[in-house]
Design a protein. Structure first.
Length: 722
């Protein structure tokens, strides 16, 4: 006799049947996933499909593991620091053979799945087109690293999946992610004759202690009479139900955690627990691809429990499911990495919509006593007019923000009773209004909407309330960061030229790219000064440090050098005078600088450097070189330093590139090689205006490697003789 499953959330996974037109494709997709698991020796796997917008991966189907165990990744943004996203983003296999490596490289993933396993994530590609990702799991332990299963077998599995998805798209029937992920049913390892099944049951009944089996989703599929008696239940009441939901004394999350550990790691487990009032039991768990066999025997009352006993004789509230506890931890880890308000909005939407099966999410911020919509996501965007611009004392917001109490509405009728003017929206039937309170004051409001009536359980209300607190703190930090960043950028822009002068005979472009966050302000600077009708001075420099002091010193240096340039000083004179000025100030910081005097009448340039990276010269015939300018001492060190000069000819079509080290310097890289690479990039650039060329150089620097310093770039093309 079997009871119906007792929780709707569990039924939701895999309950979304594919449409008729796509059923054959999904059957083949399922077959290829099962084949990938078998061929690679994995015990579980999953296929993620690229969302229609190309910006996220959606979990489509799992094998050997319930889809709900991967709840934090039902939807994964491609920029997320998780293995499947990185595999697609970087078009490579991500292999993690040891749990320690997983925790080090992907702490958010390790928090949500804190078990012993090895994992591989690989992109599903055809050519350069990405269709999704394949995720595979193997058993391992924390004392030894599992050997790489071989990229060839994993790659072959991905190619098979890629061809299927490509051919379906070419035929006009693309396989798109379903509303909910599916789990493949596990076929029995063998067919049991009725007499064999009966004999096996008698065998289990005769063993000392109790025996039971659970499927991969944790539901009882068999119990011996002794097992039911030891657990304190009856066989009809327990079959088809999960122990931590059917047995009041096992509601502690540790019980579900032990079961999940066995399923995910495929390793036997052991723990003891107390059945009230004072009976101790020992549990042995033996997992395989079809479920978990459990051996139950009375235990020594003196043994220490490895699963916290739940029976204390006092009433307990409804337990929070373990998956939702992990969801809180996962979002907390993700929000700790969020920087700006945009990051917070994206993370909240990516995490909460799939986790709670909501169709729409809207996030509001409090500004000047009113609510302003800062993000909305979903198929049925929530109408902003209900809250957007509302005062904090309006009827719409008073019950949520002013009181700081979440409001949950299982149906639209409940909403209307609270807010009679609320407009009905097609396709939306339930809402959760979560006030975002930080430092004792409202900072925003989070609204979740559902496409069907949604009764909120006590545990879900608890989880959503906890998440609202995390979101509020992250939003407050993000807004402070955005304000500081805006202030820093405004100050930075004020210290650099508003525009470059229009000089006959020269085509010029400049770029500045900060690489630091928060209130750190760079010390890079550039300038172009018109001296007379045929003479100009180009300057670029870098002040040591990234803060307000460095920025202030940069402003002084730039103005000092600019004044000497305008007065007609030679490069050597301008640098020497700026050096003496800096030594007199004694700011405790040094400055590098490159000064170029452009003589358009005589088609020449005179250069002097104070410890600055040398310029790059692209000749009219297209070849480029790093100019070796005699080095001079950094400004601010030696009062008597002098600065030798170098003269070079300027033919029409010559391009001179002045830059700071942030453009070429990468951690661990060789600076000479990097400058040679920049010269090669200039030589290979197609003919184009210097403004476009400057953009191309900056974009290349962004894409090739992480930058740890600001970038300033000044490009000068000599057009005519003047």
């Amino acid at each position: 006799m079997s009871a119906a499953p007792d929780d709707g959330a569990a039924q939701a996974y895999g309950s979304d049947p594919p449409d008729a037109a796509g059923s054959a494709l999904r059957v083949e997709l399922d077959r290829l996933l099962d084949l990938a698991v078998c061929d690679t020796g994995a015990h579980a796997g999953a296929v993620f499909l690229l969302a229609p917008d190309g910006q996220a991966l959606r979990l489509e189907v799992t094998a050997g593991m319930p889809a709900e165990y991967l709840a934090p990744w039902l939807g994964v943004g491609l920029s997320s620091p998780v293995p499947v996203a990185e595999a697609v983003r970087e078009r490579r296999l991500v292999w993690l053979g040891r749990p320690e490596e997983l925790a080090r490289r992907y702490p958010r993933t390790a928090i949500a799945l804190p078990y012993q396993f090895a994992v591989a994530a690989a992109p599903i590609l055809t050519g350069t087109t990405a269709w999704g990702a394949l995720l595979l799991f193997w058993p391992c332990c924390d004392t030894a690293e599992l050997a790489d299963p071989g990229s060839e077998r994993v790659g072959a599995a991905c190619r098979r999946l890629g061809r299927l998805l490509r051919d379906a798209a070419d035929a006009g029937r693309p396989v798109t992610p379903g509303a909910l992920p599916r789990m493949l049913p596990q076929p029995p390892t063998r067919t049991w004759e009725p007499t064999e099944a009966l004999a096996a049951a008698h065998f289990a009944e005769r063993l000392p202690g109790g025996s039971c089996t659970l499927d991969l989703e944790g539901r009882f599929t068999y119990l011996s009479a002794t097992a039911a008696d030891l657990l304190g239940g009856s066989i009809p009441d327990l079959l088809g139900r999960r122990p931590w939901q059917a047995l009041s004394w096992s509601t502690d999350p540790a019980f579900e955690d032990r079961f999940r550990a066995a399923v995910v790691s495929r390793q036997p487990g052991f723990f003891t627990a107390m059945v009230p009032p004072d009976r101790w039991l020992a549990f042995e768990l033996y997992p395989d691809g079809s479920g978990v066999s459990v051996r139950i025997v009375p235990a020594d009352p003196g043994r220490t429990s490895t699963a916290a006993p739940a029976g204390t004789g006092t009433p307990r509230g409804e337990p929070i499911p373990l998956g939702e506890l992990y969801q809180v931890l996962h979002l907390a880890a993700a929000l700790s990495e969020a920087v700006g308000v945009g990051d917070v909005v994206d993370l909240v939407a990516d995490e909460m919509l799939p986790a709670f099966h909501a169709s729409t999410l809207a996030l509001f911020a409090v500004e000047d006593g009113r609510l302003r919509l800062i993000g909305c996501r979903g198929y049925n965007p929530y109408p902003p007019e209900l809250f957007d611009g509302a005062t904090l004392t309006s009827p719409a917001a008073v019950g949520t923000l002013a009181g700081g109490v979440p409001n949950f509405f299982a149906t639209f009728e409940e909403v209307v009773r609270a807010y009679p003017l609320a407009p009905r929206q097609d396709g939306l039937h339930a809402w959760a209004y979560l006030p975002l309170i930080a430092s004792g004051r409202p900072v925003g409001l989070c609204v979740l909407a559902f496409d069907r009536p949604h009764p909120f359980s006590g545990s879900q209300r608890t989880v959503l309330t906890a998440l609202a607190g995390l979101i509020a703190q992250a939003l407050e930090r993000a807004r402070l960061y955005d304000t500081a960043q805006e202030l820093a950028q405004t100050l930075q822009a004020a210290l650099l030229p508003d525009s470059l002068p229009d000089l006959p005979g020269l085509d010029v472009a400049a770029r500045y790219l900060p690489s630091v966050r928060g209130m750190d302000i760079g010390g890079d600077f550039y300038d172009l000064v018109r001296v007379d009708d045929t003479t100009a001075a180009a300057v670029i420099g870098d002040v040591q440090g990234h803060n307000v002091t460095a920025a202030a010193l940069m402003g002084r240096c730039r103005l000092t050098i600019r004044s000497h340039a305008a007065a007609g000083a030679t490069p050597a004179q301008a640098l020497a005078q700026a050096n003496r000025r800096l030594v007199d100030l004694d700011p405790g910081r040094f400055v590098s600088c490159l000064y170029v005097q452009l003589d358009l009448a005589h088609r020449r340039a005179v250069l002097a450097t104070a410890g600055h990276p040398p310029p790059i010269l692209r000749h009219p015939d297209g070849h480029a070189e790093v100019l070796r300018v005699p080095p001079g001492v950094l400004l601010g060190i030696d009062l008597e330093a002098d600065y030798p000069t170098t003269e070079i000819p300027l033919e029409p079509g010559t391009v001179l590139a002045l830059y700071t080290d942030g453009l070429v310097e990468t951690p661990g890289g060789d600076l000479d090689d990097a400058m040679a690479g920049l010269a090669a990039q200039l030589a290979q650039a197609r003919p184009q205006p210097v403004d476009q060329l400057a953009t191309a150089l900056i974009d290349h620097a962004r894409q090739t490697a992480p930058r740890t310093d600001d970038i300033a770039l000044l490009l000068i093309r000599f057009v005519t003789a003047g």
